[in-house]
Design a protein around this ligand. Structure first.
Ligand code: SF4
Length: 365
C-alpha cells in the first residue's frame, strides 16, 4: 500500500523522493530563491547542517525549531553547496551525517519514558517498525520483514563498518544471500541510506548558482581546513600509514613515483596541514627533483594553481586499485582511509603506545 508520509515525517527524512516532490511545490527555482530573504534563511540553515556534519561532536535534535519545508530545503541546499565545493571528504561527511540523523530519528519516533518521541502519529507493526520506517526501507531496497539480504548489497553496505559481527567470515551465507538479525536491520538501513546518498553526489550544479553560493562555500572551506589543522595538529612522519611511508621511501631512494603515487602523497600531506613549500621540500628528497615541475603539480593538487579544486587523499579502496596499498599492518584492518590511520596512530604515539615521536614541521597557524 502506498504510504503518504506527513510533512513532519518528510522533514525528518528529507532525502525521500516524496520530500523532494513536496518542496518543489513550496519554493521558486533555486536561482530565484537565493535572491530572496527566504533564500538567505535557508542558506544559513544549510550551512549549519554542513557544520554539524563536520563537527567532532554532533548534536541531533528530534524536535525541530523550523518549518518542515525549510528543513527539507536546507537538506537540498546543503548538498548543492558541497557539490559546488567539490570535496570528496565533504560529500562523505555530509552523507554520513544524514544517514546518522535518519537512524536517530527512526529510533526516537515513539520516544521513551523520559523523552517524548517526535512522531505522535507513529503506528508500529508487530516487528516494531513504523509506517515511515517501512516506507524508507522500501525506497532504499531493504525488506524489514526479511532476515537475509543479497550478498552484493550486503558487501557494499557494510564496507565501512569495522565491527567483527559485520565481517562476511562471521556471517552465514547461503545461495547468494547473507543472513541478518532483525535487530541489525535499522543499522543496515542507515548504511544503505549513506551509500545511496553518497552515490548521488556531487550534483551537476549550474555555474551561475555556484557563483551565487561562492561566499558561503568559501567560509565552509575555511572552517573545514581550520578544523582539519586543529584535528591533525603537528605533522608526525612516524604516524604515517605504511602506504605513505612507502611512497616517501621510494622518493628518497630516487624512484620515480607514478602520477597516482605523487597525487596520493601530496593530497595526504596537504590534508594533514603541510603547506606548499614544505610539500615541495618533501619531493626535494628525490634525486631527480625538478622544483618548477614539482611546484606546479603541488599547487594544482592543493588548489592553489588556479583550478580552485582541492583534491582529497584517496581512501584505502582507491589506493588498493592503484596498487599503492602496501605493507599493510594490523591497524590497516580497522581503517578505510590513510587519514584515519594517521589520526589513530598519532593518538597512540601521543599516549606513548608507539615509537618515539619525530616532529617534521608544524602546520602554519
Ligand atoms: S590499508 Fe589504507 S592505510 Fe593501510 S596501507 Fe593500505 S591504503 Fe594505506
Amino acid at each position: 500500500m502506498d504510504y503518504s508520509p506527513s510533512a513532519k515525517e518528510l522533514s525528518h527524512f528529507p532525502f525521500l523522493k516524496k520530500a523532494q516532490d513536496h518542496i518543489k511545490r513550496s519554493f521558486p527555482p533555486i536561482d530565484q530563491l537565493l535572491k530572496q530573504e527566504k533564500g538567505a534563511l535557508l542558506t544559513d540553515l544549510a550551512v549549519r547542517r554542513i557544520n554539524q556534519a563536520l563537527a567532532a561532536k554532533k548534536t541531533i535534535a528530534a524536535h525541530f525549531q523550523h518549518r518542515d519545508d525549510d528543513e527539507i530545503a536546507s537538506y537540498v541546499l546543503a548538498r548543492i553547496i558541497v557539490s559546488c565545493i567539490q570535496d570528496k571528504q565533504l560529500y562523505d561527511r555530509l552523507t554520513r551525517y544524514e544517514a546518522e540523523r535518519a537512524y536517530y530519528f527512526l529510533n526516537s519516533e515513539t520516544g521513551s519514558e523520559s523523552e517524548k518521541g517526535w512522531n505522535e502519529n507513529a503506528v508500529l507493526d508487530d516487528d516494531q517498525n513504523s509506517r515511515i520506517a517501512q516506507h524508507i526501507a522500501a525506497e532504499f531496497g531493504i525488506d524489514l520483514a526479511r532476515d537475509r539480504m543479497p550478498l552484493a548489497d550486503y558487501v557494499e553496505i557494510v564496507s565501512v563498518l569495522h565491527e567483527d559481527r559485520f565481517k562476511l567470515v562471521n556471517r552465514r551465507v547461503s545461495k547468494g544471500f547473507v543472513e541478518i538479525k532483525k535487530e541489525e536491520l535499522l543499522e543496515l538501513l542507515r548504511e544503505r541510506i549513506r551509500v545511496i546518498l553518497r552515490r548521488d553526489l556531487p550534483y551537476h550544479v549550474p555555474k551561475s548558482i555556484c557563483e551565487q553560493l561562492a561566499p558561503v562555500a568559501e567560509s565552509i572551506k575555511k572552517e573545514y581546513q581550520e578544523q582539519m589543522l586543529r584535528q591533525f595538529g603537528a605533522i608526525e612522519e612516524n604516524a604515517f600509514p605504511p602506504c605513505m611511508q612507502a611512497l616517501i621511501k621510494a622518493l628518497t631512494a630516487g624512484t620515480n613515483l607514478t602520477h597516482a603515487g605523487r597525487f596520493s602523497l601530496t593530497s595526504f600531506v596537504h590534508t594533514i596541514g603541510m603547506d606548499v613549500p614544505a610539500i615541495a621540500q618533501l619531493f626535494a628528497r628525490s634525486p631527480d627533483f625538478d622544483p618548477e615541475k614539482t611546484m606546479y603539480q603541488v599547487e594544482h593538487i592543493t588548489g592553489r594553481g588556479g583550478s580552485g579544486t582541492e583534491y582529497t587523499a584517496p581512501a584505502c579502496a582507491a589506493m588498493r586499485t592503484t596498487g599503492l596499498c602496501v605493507n599493510r599492518d594490523q591497524l590497516c584492518e580497522h581503517v578505510n582511509h590513510p587519514l584515519s590511520y594517521y589520526k589513530v596512530r598519532k593518538k597512540d604515539l601521543a599516549a606513548g603506545k608507539g615509537k618515539k615521536k619525530e616532529a617534521l614541521k608544524a602546520p602554519p597557524t
